[in-house]
Write a protein that binds this ligand. Structure first.
Ligand code: HEM
Ligand SMILES: [Cu+2]
Length: 609
């Protein structure tokens, strides 16, 4: 880099390139230090690298596994999950700080620069939390759901997780290196001259994106290659379809945001002019690259969540999933259409007029596959025997919240209305609706639902219900408040507003609601920690689900189904039908497998009711 800088007539070194290179070296050193890379280096040097994947050491306390590099997809899934929750809390704290600043007009205790940094950090750290949460669900669940013993590339899986750690640290370190005032989008020209924190933000997000690409590749190969006998494409539990569609997006779109961020980094490091009009660059190019990822990325956030909804509904309604194939195809449809709509974020950016109309129509097209999902959910609920444990509450909550997120979308995708709504708090209300409905609610549902699988213990139902019934009304107050001030003209991404506009009361109410959500999450955390240690034992199939992961003991053994005969013999959601979905004989247990002729027809393990 010194050579290039000298060739371009710049000073050989200055603080910024030194810090960036040091941060990069630090991140790589971290990966070597933790041992993520040792297998890879061994292999590159021509040594044997047997796969380290064994039963946990009984002498170690259980939690130690989760702080070490492991290649077991279940451990990695839980690592992703814990990190996601930690990061969610951090991002939530950022929100509470700047939300308090907004509670009244006039600047109280933040500077505009710090406000913007916290707001941008809240946004990007929440997004990181979602990506980690998606990683948690797909890593933990997909191999279990398709009857595989692990992911296709276990070491790559570990690498994909551990790259996130330096990534997240770098993003947060930007707070101490001058911050960045661009929000989470990092648009130039502002980002080309923001303080050094900007570079740490770019580098950190870059690493997180790398993780997402690696994880997606692994997931696609796992789904295509690792399915158990009898697990045809249309017999896969529906969450697998959702993750597969998500992984296709992650694998093909993430490069674009990586590229756009890298170009700004290089522009800053080497004085090039990609996005600098004075040097012949083009700022709109950044927006195209950025949104070509970032729009499909919203489906990376919500498709797995919608998959969780479709996965859990049949269990608590005791009915088949209505229109299974349609739901599977709708995930693929959403993934596909998601690529055709990115420019709806740029209606006000000064792009060519004639481009607006096709982008408006393609945006509206997303409603078709999404509508299919709603019909199927309603069809599944129709005349079901519904029960309401905590995961079901969160599932139903997700449907209603996401419905509202969906209904507030078309006004933003329509050019005429978007010209008014763009960059107002209406948008903030809209996307919090989609994010909570598409990710936050389903993620909580998934945690409550699979917690017994992961730990062999139950979470406390009473606290779970407190969590739900406190979070839900507070959430509605918060987003309605945001939309209201938005419609009245409140700009987003600003630290202050004019008291004459009459927003003060609504903003105060929104802040109070935000604290109530935080309180509900606190209840959840207490429940989580308590249940890990003292929860009621739940080793068997407590939800009476048909799906395969519940037919083996909890927590699942190290190699999932290695000790159990596994074959898919029926449809996944036929509650009410007699044959089990997979033929697993729990009684076969460890030890030698029974000879096939001694068990001509295995007893149905959990044949619905
Ligand atoms: C207690 C809960 C939350 C509160 C009070 C809250 C509040 C806010 C506020 C006030 C903004 C600033 C908007 C602006 O000035 O433009 C914001 C931005 C943002 N929030 Fe949240 N939020 C919460 C939870 C979440 C969650 C759970 C997610 C994602 C799953 C999320 C994602 C985002 C994103 C991506 C932005 C960036 C907006 C931008 O770039 O302008 N937030 N949030
Ligand atoms: Cu979009």
């Amino acid at each position: 880099m010194i050579v290039i800088r000298l060739a371009l007539g710049l000073e050989a070194w200055s603080a910024e390139p030194i810090t960036v290179v040091a941060a990069l070296i630090g991140a790589i050193a971290f990966l070597f230090g933790t041992g993520v890379m040792s297998d890879w280096t061994q292999w590159a040097l021509g040594h044997d690298t047997p796969e380290e994947h064994h039963e946990p050491d009984p002498r170690e306390p259980g939690w130690v596994r989760y702080f070490n590099v492991s290649t077991d997809h279940k451990v990695i899934g839980i690592q992703y999950g814990i990190t996601s929750v930690v990061v969610l809390v951090l991002a939530g704290l950022f929100a509470l700080i700047f939300r308090t600043e907004l509670a009244a007009s006039g600047m109280q205790f933040l500077t505009p620069q710090l406000y913007n940094t916290l707001m941008g950090l809240h946004g990007i750290v929440m997004i990181a939390s979602i990506l980690l949460g998606v990683g948690a669900m797909s890593n933990y669940l997909v191999p279990l759901l398709i009857g595989a013993s692990d992911m296709a590339f276990p070491r790559l899986n570990a690498l994909a997780y551990w790259v996130n750690v330096p990534g997240a640290l770098l993003v947060v370190s930007s707070l101490f290196l001058g911050g960045f005032d661009t929000g989470w989008t990092g648009y130039p020209p502002l980002s080309a001259r923001a303080p050094l924190g900007m570079q740490m933000f770019f580098l950190g997000v870059y690493l997180i994106g790398l993780s997402s690409i690696l994880g997606s590749l692994n997931l696609v190969v796992t789904t295509v290659r690792m399915r158990a006998p009898g697990m045809s494409w249309f017999r896969m539990p529906i969450f697998v379809w959702a993750s597969f569609a998500t992984a296709l997006i992650g694998m093909t779109a993430t490069q674009l945001i990586g590229l756009s961020f890298m170009m700004v980094m290089i522009q800053r490091l080497l004085g090039l002019g990609f996005f600098d009009p004075a040097k012949g660059g083009n700022v709109i190019l950044f927006q195209h690259l950025f949104w070509f990822y970032s729009h499909p990325a919203v489906y990376v956030f919500i498709l797995p969540g919608l998959g969780i909804i479709s996965e859990l509904l049949p269990v608590f309604v005791r009915k088949p999933l209505f229109g299974y194939k349609w739901i599977a195809m709708s995930s693929m449809g959403i993934a596909l259409v998601g690529f055709l709509v990115w420019a709806h974020h740029m209606f006000t950016s000064g792009m060519e007029e004639y481009l607006r109309v096709p982008f408006m129509y393609s945006t509206m097209l997303v409603a078709v596959p999404t509508g299919v999902k709603f019909f199927s959910w309603v069809g599944t609920l129709w005349r079901g025997k519904i029960i309401y444990p905590t995961p079901m509450l969160f599932t139903l909550g997700a449907i209603i919240v996401f419905l509202f997120g969906g209904l507030t979308g078309p006004p933003n995708g329509t050019v005429a209305t978007d010209l008014h709504l763009h960059d107002t708090y209406w948008i903030v209300g809209h996307f919090h609706n989609t994010m909570f409905g598409g990710f936050v609610y389903p993620f909580f549902a998934a945690i409550y639902y699979w917690f017994p699988k992961m730990t062999g213990r139950r979470m406390n139902e009473r606290l779970g219900k407190w969590h739900f019934w406190l979070m839900t009304p507070a959430f509605w107050v918060m987003t309605f408040g945001q939309m209201r001030v938005g419609l009245l003209g409140m700009r987003r991404r600003i630290a202050d507003y004019d008291p004459a506009q009459g927003f003060d009361t609504t903003h105060l109410v929104v802040t109070i609601a935000a604290f109530a959500i935080a309180l509900s999450v606190l209840i959840f955390l207490i429940n989580l920690v308590n249940s890990i240690r003292r929860g009621e034992a739940a080793t068997e199939n407590i939800w009476r689900s048909r799906s395969p992961e519940w037919q083996i003991p909890s927590p699942a053994p190290a190699h999932n189904y290695a000790d159990y005969p596994f074959e898919v013999i029926a449809e996944p959601y036929d509650y009410g039908a007699t044959p089990a979905y997979v033929s697993i004989d729990p009684a076969a247990g460890r030890g030698p497998k029974p000879a096939p002729h001694t068990t001509p027809s295995r007893p149905a393990a959990a044949a619905g009711d």
